[in-house]
Design a protein around this ligand. Sequence first.
Ligand SMILES: NC(=O)c1ccc[n+]([C@@H]2O[C@H](COP(=O)([O-])OP(=O)(O)OC[C@H]3O[C@@H](n4cnc5c(N)ncnc54)[C@H](O)[C@@H]3O)[C@@H](O)[C@H]2O)c1
Length: 419
Amino acid sequence: MPATSPSRAVATAPGSQPAVDPGLRTIRVGLVGCGAFARFSMTHYRRLPGVEVQAVADVDPAAARRAAEELHAEARPAAALVASADIDLVYIATPPATHHPLAAAALRAGKHALVEKPLATTLADAEDLESLAARRGLVCVANLVERYNPLAHAVHRIIESRILGGLVHGLFMNDAADEGLAPGHWFWDRAASGGIFVEHGVHFFDLVASWLGAGTVVAATRSTRPAGQAGGGSAAEEEQVACTCRYQLNHHRGPSRPARSESPADRHAGVLFHFEHGFHQPSRMDRQEMRLVFERGELRLFDWVPTHGQVRAVVDDEAAEALAAMLPRSSSRTLDRYDGSARHVRGRFRDFEADALVEITFSLGLEKLQLYGEVVAALAADQLARMRDPTHVRQLTEADSVATVALACDADRLALAAD
Ligand SMILES: NC(=O)c1ccc[n+]([C@@H]2O[C@H](COP(=O)([O-])OP(=O)(O)OC[C@H]3O[C@@H](n4cnc5c(N)ncnc54)[C@H](O)[C@@H]3O)[C@@H](O)[C@H]2O)c1
């Protein structure tokens, strides 16, 4: 058994200040749910300094035994693990509908919780976790890794700089593989997963919220697998969902919860973002693309944890250079050059001058899985820093985790109403 840090109590009375625990160095982790994603995450958590895996739990004893061996930890029943005195943080990597009861039990026992996405499958349950964590000064976030990608930060800087003019609309096309999702997998069972918006869409709602702040769902729909191809469940499998959200750019740094009341004048203003998620492709055709359309150009990101992308824009030479400098490992080429009156460009009733139509490609120089590991580790490191120092300002908060559930549940409700 690894050496442990001194036992500590982090629970405080309701309404009191977050517990300050300057002595907390080593964080002792208990894992609940030893499936595919937990094995991936644990590889990356274990390389962070001051992390010790103490115990594991799974309803499947074989899965628990295998994880215990791999992680040199003890297998315990989940109820015992979340209440164990030698655990500081419970990492919950079970199917979505079990997240709330497990995380609530961990928080009530005074443990921090790192919960796989989604935080919960209903807004009420997500809010309950947020309030339990706040009352006890504990961390309880969902593993929403997208905002930890360095490319997400670069895109944010480009939006804020307005170097491409204003953002007009966005589109995320997610044609995902279902090869690993056999008939009968919990993913197809809405009672277990919460549906595609809730189980999966939260990642991208959170990414866009990190750029644009709160959004509201204005339309949503879904489709089920054609008759005869359903996997054997009682209900037809939902395989595709789509929604449109509106973001008010003046809410940029505002609260990350959806803005529910808009003045009539505001109703049609703002940036529209379209999200498409389908699980129907062979693994070798799994592909994603995000397009951000600005007044003077377009930025595209590829892969679902984006590793590379492209900008095409009508800009002056100075802006082209600045853009290239804002993007990692960038390479620019001029597609068309303008002189004299051809430099005059007009769009959205506005005039500007441009020297060229340029194409800039950029890349992090990492394979998708490498980057995935990096963002998983970055989120954990950020949250561990908060557990060690309650004044540490995190990139992702409980409120952000709840906001994604709120948006996803709104989208799901609208889609079901349109069935
Ligand atoms: N953050 C990400 O990028 C990311 C990626 C993939 C999956 N996920 C999330 O991770 C979670 C798990 O997904 P997975 O693909 O690893 O699923 P999985 O089916 O491979 O693993 C889930 C494990 O949990 C166990 N389990 C189920 N109910 C339990 C309970 N009540 N107590 C203890 N163990 C229980 C199962 O036996 C199984 O071993 C899901 O919430 C999923 O959305 C997140």
